[in-house]
Write a protein of this length. Structure first.
Length: 297
């Protein structure tokens, strides 16, 4: 199968490309800097140099493709939601123009609610754009990435704490990006599904932050506590660490949406939405070495 991947350098995209090449599929990757995907080219990938928000780049990558994998990258720009929406809509137009029949789209829990959810706000219109352009579209509405805990490395190493505005009793799905890539690979290589589908990718269980802290206590071999902070305190902390105000505002909007229940999963947990990697496994293999390094520095 001929498959185009628009984000081969991220946690999901790189793992996905490797899986598809190993399975013998024809893979084209889009990259502004070909040297970053040189290892994938050695494995057999074709590279189209350019940016995903340029029509010429998509027109060079999509001819002959049977499927497209689309993930909206977290571009650090004040107009991110408008840019992401416009880029997704342009990509959908090119999918239709080139007759690409299948799209696997990385979306998110909460996407069903549209505006008012920070960076997630762009995903509903992108879902709709691809559904209007291609006959077969799967929107993988993923839970919160376990990799997001890497942002807490300094807090874990220096204070033994994770900080968030989330209520202590709020449960949310946590999923490893490797499992999201695996689900994407399944849909990209399976020609039996048809139509437009929303599929949750929820990890093995929903957790509260105190439960996350308990698991990390066991895995890291140190006490870990959860500290809830207010939205304004979270904003001040982010800007104090050097984050641009517009970016902090976007995340605070998302945290507010979480508190309001607007980031809850629309797809109920089921065998199909449950993926295998546990938080303990992720923390042991990925998070613990980084925390130990930060603690030693």
């Amino acid at each position: 199968m001929s498959i185009v991947i628009n984000t081969p350098n991220g946690n999901i995209g790189r793992s996905l490309v490797q899986k598809l090449l190993k399975a013998g599929h024809e893979v084209t990757v889009i990259s502004r800097t070909p040297e970053k995907v040189a290892d994938l080219v050695k494995l057999g990938a074709k590279v189209v140099q350019g940016s995903i928000d340029e029509q010429a780049t998509l027109d060079a990558a999509l001819p002959g493709a049977e499927a497209l994998f689309w993930l909206t990258p977290p571009a650090p720009r004040p107009d991110f939601v408008a840019w992401a929406t416009a880029t997704g809509r342009m990509a959908a137009e090119r999918v239709k123009a080139h007759g690409v029949k299948r799209v696997v789209l990385i979306s998110s829990v909460g996407a069903q609610n549209g505006p008012g959810a920070g960076p997630v706000s762009s995903l509903k219109p992108i879902e709709e754009a691809f559904q209007a352009a291609a006959p077969n579209v799967v929107s993988l509405r993923a839970g919160f990435f376990m990799e997001n805990l890497l942002r807490d490395v300094q807090g874990l190493a220096k204070a033994g704490a994770i900080f968030s505005p989330n209520p202590e009793t709020k449960r949310f799905p946590l999923v490893a990006t490797a499992d999201i890539a695996a689900r994407a690979a399944e849909f990209l290589t399976d020609a039996s599904w048809t139509g437009h589908r929303y599929v949750g990718v929820h990890g093995p269980q929903d957790l509260t932050y105190p439960e996350v802290a308990s698991i990390l206590t066991q895995v890291l071999g140190q006490p870990v506590k959860y500290v809830r902070v207010g939205l304004e305190d979270a904003r001040n902390s982010m800007t104090g660490a050097g984050m641009p105000a517009w970016m902090a505002d976007s995340y605070v909007e998302m945290y507010g949406a979480i508190q309001a229940g607007r980031m809850d999963a629309a797809e109920p947990r089921s065998k199909e939405t449950t993926t295998p990697t546990t938080l303990a496994e992720f923390a042991s293999t990925v998070l613990k070495p980084v925390v130990e390094q930060a603690r030693a520095s």
